[in-house]
Write a protein that binds this ligand. Structure first.
Ligand code: CAA
Length: 282
């Protein structure tokens, strides 16, 4: 039975993942190398829970109950007792592979290991461990507490049992799953990132202004955010990293990242988190 979840990485995705597991009754061990990041994550989780309680979407007492279920640590050793781990560290392949190697040595042998990667092959991550059949992709969408989908990616060696356990967890979180084979970008990013990249090309080629491109797609196709706003929200460095994964993975020029996207990332205009992207966030 799965009762304790380890979450590795306390950034935007990691704190959202810890939030939803805690809210749904699981004991959560939230790990990061930085104490400061863990403190920041706990503040975000509490603020987001308060926001949900204020709106009446969760009872007020669930705020403190959820917070009590989340324990933070900078010692990976403490994840040993977890039944299921979800990794959500920065999208750097070497970092993820090393983390899975370490986790595989530490965590109990029957535990399952999931990665929230948006783009790195699950099969490659699984091959870094001695339990590839217990490794799976669990790709949450941002903001995690709000979005109803988790993409579940089966690596080459992922067992039916691991898939079953993961599917049940997604359902317990009250979310839907979309199942993808392990190819670059999976489902969502394979379609979303080329759309955002095309919006950036439209700007680059002087087709329209930032505002009109976003208005066109937001009001014209009923999306909650225009593609350039969404790019700022995701982070332009992440958009570029995923675009490069598609480009390298398929060797097809249709996935080439727009030069303007590359230039903005070089300038450090990474979107909302940097205070500046296609829009300014004072
Ligand atoms: N935690 C908890 N609740 C949150 C939240 C958070 N972090 N962020 C927003 N909310 C809640 C708000 O309280 C509000 O609740 P009610 O509906 O009960 O009122 C609701 O979400 C809507 O929020 P807002 O009113 O503040 O703002 P909004 O209506 O503009 O919605 C949004 C914000 C939910 C982010 C919406 O704009 C949206 O859905 N945008 C698209 C997001 C998207 O496409 N995400 C996927 C990105 S791709 C990805 O994640 C994959 C990848 O690998 C890159």
């Amino acid at each position: 039975m799965i009762t304790t979840i380890a979450v590795l990485g306390a950034g935007q995705m990691g704190n959202g993942i810890a939030h939803v597991f805690g809210q749904c009754g699981y004991q959560v061990l939230l790990y990061d190398i930085s104490d400061k990041q863990l403190t920041k994550a706990l503040t975000s989780i509490e603020n987001n829970l308060q926001r949900q309680a204020k709106k009446g979407s969760i009872p007020l007492e669930l705020v403190s109950q959820t917070m009590e279920r989340i324990t933070t640590t900078v010692q990976m050793q403490e994840l040993a007792r977890a039944d299921f781990a979800v990794e959500a560290v920065t999208e750097i392949e070497a970092l993820k592979l090393e983390l899975f190697r370490q986790l595989d040595r530490i965590i109990k042998p029957d535990a399952y290991l999931a990665s929230n990667t948006s783009s790195i092959p699950i099969t490659r991550i699984a091959a870094a461990t001695c339990r590839p059949e217990k490794v799976i992709g669990m790709h949450f969408m941002n903001p995690v507490p709000v979005m109803g989908l988790v993409e579940v990616i089966r690596g080459h060696a992922t067992s039916d049992e691991t898939f079953q356990v993961t599917s049940e967890l997604v359902e317990k979180l009250g979310k839907e799953l979309a199942v993808s084979q392990d190819y670059p970008g999976f489902i969502v990013n394979r379609i979303l990132i080329p759309m955002i990249n095309e919006a950036i090309f439209a700007l680059y080629e002087g087709i329209a202004s930032v505002e009109d491109i976003d208005k066109g797609m937001k009001l014209g196709t009923n999306q909650p955010m225009g593609p350039l706003t969404l790019a700022d929200f995701i982070g332009l460095d992440t958009v570029l990293a995923i675009a490069n994964v598609l480009y390298d993975g398929f060797k097809d020029p249709k996935y080439r990242p727009c030069p303007l996207l590359v230039k903005m990332v070089n300038a450090g205009h990474l979107g909302k988190k940097a205070g500046k992207g296609f829009y300014s966030y004072p």
